[in-house]
Design a protein around this ligand. Structure first.
Ligand code: TYD
Ligand code: MG
Length: 451
């Protein structure tokens, strides 16, 4: 069998190649390619291990062990209803966003529910972690603490302690003595996480790994880590806002795109169980440029305010500034408004913002975005008791979206009395709202702005 060929990995994007280059072909970064030690040289010949089993032969009597709930409802929800035994979870986020705080609180809650938990920090000494726990009012929680970075030591600890859950903060501090690279490098992170996850699965320990995200939004170096774990969660929030959103981007054991909402306070993260009320609470008096979108985040409806500002531009190429929405989507909607409805935005700066720091990725937000833009441009306020949702097609038609009824119910619950939505939307009840169903954007602008 041939010798394992050397492999090279880009530390910026994680792309692998067979030869070294000064510039990564995948992401264009300079001097980012490093040689990696092969993980193992592979099997030397046929082995007796590795057998298959028929799906129907799997005993149904042996029910899978139940999920462990932490009791922090927003956290359990994002996991898909609690922690699956022997699962591996990655929690990524910007430095300072509150990952350690969240996981220390989760550790304490799990421990109080009877799960044995060990929290291993490579970033803080145990005394510092204890100080944080005191500040959070968790000093009495039966959590074991460790301050280690050498993976061998960590595995020994886990082997003797046999906890139900181990939390490792963070993967960038782990190092394995068989890999000749600095902690935080792609090779180290990849090898350490691989060892750790394999070990944990074999011993039936659940692991939660913390990973810092780099400026461009990737878990430092290793996107490669994402496929080694069962669940990938991102902890997000805008600087200057106290809201934090824990979002499942991958989950083998539950719905992806589920969110949990928290508020960072002086003594830790508080759950926000009614996000709609939170995102709308700071709403000013009805003003042009504001539209309330009835959205769905994961499995629950969330109402958010979309704000637009349109002003004459002094620049040759007017500004298009977007926070919390896809900028490509904004360009599309502006183009549709111009070509299909005859309302141009040339020579105008456009600023678009989702209030409260939420990121909205549903196409159902199109109608609310268009409404906010038109309202800002025409200087006419949208009725403050109205919610909007619907996808806009390139022809200017409004397309029905999923879960109409859930959206309407949530709006009714928060005191809204009317909804603008695509004609032909499927819904059983109107939840007591006045429904204004429209087939296309022309009908919408005619009815709302008389344009
Ligand atoms: P931390 O959990 O250390 O972030 P990460 O592990 O993601 O790097 O959180 C740090 C920030 O949280 C810090 O700016 C202070 C703030 N914070 C509070 O506002 N209240 C609290 O009770 C705690 C513990 C932290
Ligand atoms: Mg931390």
């Amino acid at each position: 069998m041939s010798k394992a060929a050397p492999s090279f990995t880009c530390t910026a994007c994680g792309a692998t190649s067979r030869k070294w280059a000064g510039r990564c072909e995948a992401c264009g970064a300079w001097n980012s390619i490093v040689e990696e030690a092969p993980l193992s040289s592979g099997p030397k010949g046929p082995t007796a291990r590795g057998r298959s089993i028929a799906l129907t032969d799997l005993s149904t009597e042996e029910a899978p062990p139940p999920r462990a709930a932490s009791g922090i409802a927003e956290f359990d929800r994002v996991l898909g209803g609690g922690l699956v035994p022997a699962s591996a979870i990655l929690v990524g986020g910007d430095p300072g966003i509150g990952k350690s705080t969240l996981l220390l609180q989760a550790a304490a809650s799990f421990a109080r529910k009877g799960l044995s938990v060990i929290y291993i920090s490579g970033e803080e000494a145990s005394a510092q972690v204890r100080m944080r726990a005191q500040r959070l009012g968790l000093a009495e929680a039966p959590v074991k603490l460790g301050a280690e970075t050498a993976l061998r030591d960590i595995l020994t600890t886990l082997d003797t302690e046999r906890p139900g859950l181990a939390i490792l903060d963070s993967i960038q501090t782990l190092w394995l003595d068989t890999v000749e690279a600095a902690p935080g490098s792609v090779s180290q992170v990849r090898a350490s996480v691989h060892e750790l996850v394999t070990f944990a699965k074999r011993r039936g320990v659940s692991v939660i790994l913390v990973g810092h995200v780099t400026k461009d939004g990737q878990i430092a170096g290793p996107r490669v880590v994402e496929h080694m774990v069962d669940t990938v969660l991102y902890f997000e929030g805008e600087r200057g806002h106290q809201f934090r959103i824990l979002r499942a981007v991958k989950n083998r054991f539950g719905p992806a795109d589920e969110i949990g909402v928290f508020e960072m306070t002086g003594n830790g993260l508080q759950e926000v169980s009614n996000p709609s009320a939170l995102f709308l609470s700071a709403r000013d008096a009805p003003a042009p440029g504001s539209a309330v979108f009835a959205g769905i985040e994961g499995t629950r409806p969330v109402l958010t305010e979309i704000q637009a500002l349109v002003a004459p531009s002094t620049l040759g190429t007017p500004r298009r500034t977007v926070v919390g929405l896809d900028s490509g989507r904004l360009s599309t909607i502006l183009a549709v408004l111009e070509s299909r409805v005859g309302i141009p935005f040339t020579g105008l700066d456009v600023f678009l913002n989702v209030a409260g720091g939420l990121k909205v990725s549903e196409p159902a937000a199109d109608l609310a975005v268009a409404a906010a833009l038109l309202s800002a441009r025409e200087d006419v306020a949208i009725p403050p008791d109205m919610v909007l949702f619907g996808e806009i097609s390139l022809s200017g038609a409004l397309r029905p979206v999923s879960q109409t009824e859930n959206r309407l119910k949530e709006a009714a619950k928060l005191g809204f009395t009317q909804a603008a939505l695509p004609a032909g939307s499927k819904h059983g009840a109107d939840a007591g709202l006045r429904l204004r169903e429209m087939a296309d954007l022309t009908a919408f602008t005619g009815e709302m702005f008389g344009a």
